[in-house]
Design a protein around this ligand. Structure first.
Ligand SMILES: Cc1cc2nc3c(=O)[nH]c(=O)nc-3n(C[C@H](O)[C@H](O)[C@H](O)COP(=O)(O)OP(=O)(O)OC[C@H]3O[C@@H](n4cnc5c(N)ncnc54)[C@H](O)[C@@H]3O)c2cc1C
Length: 403
C-alpha cells in the first residue's frame, strides 16, 4: 500500500490564489503541500497570456509576501480609467473618465503579466522548506477520512488537517466534496493579446463599450497595452483562427486612437461565465478563488477577490493554528460572503449594462454617462465604492505588514 504523506494544509491548484496562500502559510512555518498541475514557469515559455490589474490592497499583499519589490518594475500604474460608449454600427456616443487623483490616491490599479507574477511566486515558494511544491501533479480525487481528506494524485497520496480547493472553475475538490454550484454562461468569450502602439497610454485604461462586449486596452507601459476584447463566442472562434481578419477588425474597433499597432503575442480566448458554489466550506475543507466564485473580467475584479480569499484565510490559519480547523473555516465563511456576493452581483450588472444594444437601453446608458459627467461627486463616490471592501481588509493587505 502507498504510504500517505501528511501535512498541516494541502492546497490543490497552483493558480495565483493557491500560490499566494501557500507562500503566506509556508512563510509562517505551516507545513504546506501545493499540488500544481502546471509546469515550473522557469522551465517553460507557456503562459496564460493574460495580465491582471491589481488593486492597491493586492499589491500590498504581494509586497508583504516579499515579492512585489522584484516585479514592480514590470508593472504599469493605471491612474485613469476611460469608458467610451459606442453606438451601432461603430460610432462614439459619449465617455466618462475616472481619475485616481480626484479621490486622493496614486493609482486605481497596477497591471502585471500573470506569467511574471506566477514565476515570482514560485521562486519565492522554493525558498521555504515548510512548503512542498509538486509541479506537473494532477489531483485525481479526494476522499474524506476521520482526520481530514486524502488527495490522490498521479504522483502519490497525501493527507492534511485542512484541504484547500484552489483548482479553478472546474474544481475537482469541489466535486469530491459534493458542493453544488450555479453557472451562468454569457455566450461571450474574451480574446487576449498584447500590442505595441505609437500613441502613449498615459497610464490610462481605455474601455470601449460595444454592444457585443467590452473592448479594452489595459496599459503595460508607455506604448504597450494588454487587449481584452469581448465578442460573441462564435465570432471569437472565427477571429482567433484568422490573423488578417482579427487585425482588420481590431483596427476598426480601436477607433484609430492608438496609432500604428503591432501584435506581440498569440491571441488566446477565454469563455466568459459567472459561477458560484453553494458554499465555500465543508468538513476540514475550503474552496478559494474561482473554485468558489468566478466573474467576468469586465471590471478587473476576479483575482483581486481571490487574493482577498487567500489573505483572509492565511491570516486566520496563522493566528489560530492550534485551534480546530473547522472553527477557523466558520470564521472564514462569515468574513468572506458579503464581499464575494457584492462583487458577483456588481460585475454581473456592469457586464449586462455594458452590452445593452436596443435603442432604449443605449439611450439609458448614454444618459447615465452624461449624468456622471455632470455630477463629479457622484462619480468620485462610485470610484470609491468600487475600491472599498464591505468587511474591511486583513492586516496582510495593509501597507508594511510583513508576513
Ligand atoms: C481575460 C481575463 C482577464 C482578466 N483580468 C483580470 C484583471 O485585470 N484583474 C483581476 O483581478 N482579475 C482578472 N481576471 C480574473 C483572474 O484571472 C482570475 O480570477 C484568476 O486567475 C483566478 O485565479 P485562481 O487561482 O482562483 O484560478 P485559476 O487561475 O483557474 O487556477 C486554478 C489552478 O488549478 C489548476 N488545477 C485545476 N484542476 C486541477 C487538478 N485536478 N489538480 C491540480 N491542479 C488543478 C489549474 O491548472 C490552475 O492552475 C481576468 C480573467 C480573464 C478571463
Amino acid at each position: 500500500m502507498d504510504k500517505i504523506q501528511k501535512y498541516d494544509v494541502q492546497i490543490v491548484g497552483g493558480g495565483l490564489a493557491g500560490l499566494s496562500l501557500a507562500l503566506a502559510l509556508g512563510k509562517n512555518n505551516i507545513k504546506t503541500l501545493l499540488i500544481d498541475n502546471l509546469e515550473n514557469p522557469n522551465k517553460t515559455n507557456k503562459t496564460d497570456g493574460r495580465t491582471t490589474a491589481l488593486m492597491e490592497s493586492s499589491v500590498n499583499y504581494l509586497d508583504n509576501l516579499g515579492i512585489w519589490k522584484n516585479i514592480k518594475q514590470n508593472s504599469c500604474k493605471i491612474s485613469c480609467m476611460r469608458i467610451i460608449n459606442i453606438v451601432p454600427p461603430n460610432k462614439i456616443s459619449n465617455e466618462v473618465i475616472f481619475e485616481s487623483n480626484k479621490i486622493g490616491i496614486n493609482a486605481l490599479a497596477h497591471n502585471i503579466d500573470n506569467h511574471i507574477l506566477r514565476t515570482e511566486l514560485c521562486n519565492e515558494i522554493s525558498k521555504f522548506k515548510s512548503i512542498k511544491h509538486l509541479f506537473n501533479s494532477k489531483c485525481k480525487n479526494a476522499i474524506q477520512k476521520n482526520d481530514g481528506w486524502v488527495v490522490n494524485t498521479d504522483k502519490g497520496k497525501y493527507s492534511a488537517k485542512l484541504t484547500i480547493g484552489a483548482d479553478g472553475r472546474s474544481s475537482t475538490i469541489r466535486k469530491c466534496a459534493g458542493i453544488n454550484f450555479k453557472k451562468k454562461d454569457y455566450n461571450q468569450s474574451a480574446i487576449v493579446f498584447n500590442i505595441n502602439h505609437t500613441q502613449n497610454t498615459n497610464n490610462t485604461s481605455t474601455e470601449f463599450m460595444y454592444p457585443e462586449g467590452a473592448f479594452t486596452f489595459v496599459p503595460m507601459g508607455k506604448n504597450k497595452s494588454a487587449i481584452v476584447w469581448v465578442e460573441q463566442t462564435d465570432q471569437v472562434n472565427k477571429l482567433i483562427l484568422n490573423d488578417k481578419l482579427l487585425k482588420q477588425k481590431f483596427i476598426q474597433k480601436s477607433q484609430k486612437m492608438f496609432g500604428e499597432i503591432e501584435i506581440l503575442t498569440k491571441p488566446k480566448s477565454f469563455p466568459l461565465s459567472k459561477i458560484i458554489a453553494e458554499t465555500n466550506i465543508s468538513d476540514k475543507l475550503c474552496l478559494i478563488g474561482e473554485a468558489h466564485h468566478g466573474i467576468t473580467p469586465v471590471a478587473a475584479q476576479g483575482l483581486n477577490l481571490s487574493l482577498r480569499d487567500s489573505a483572509i484565510l492565511a491570516e486566520l490559519i496563522i493566528k489560530n493554528k492550534d485551534d480546530d480547523f473547522n472553527k477557523i473555516l466558520i470564521s472564514y465563511n462569515k468574513k468572506r460572503l458579503k464581499d464575494i456576493k457584492t462583487r458577483i452581483i456588481g460585475t454581473d450588472i456592469f457586464h449586462n449594462f455594458s452590452r445593452f444594444s436596443n435603442p432604449i437601453s443605449i439611450g439609458i446608458k448614454s444618459i447615465a454617462t452624461n449624468m456622471l459627467n455632470r455630477m463629479p461627486q457622484a462619480k468620485n463616490q462610485l470610484m470609491k465604492l468600487g475600491l472599498s471592501f464591505p468587511d474591511g481588509l486583513p492586516n496582510m493587505m495593509r501597507k508594511n505588514n510583513k508576513i
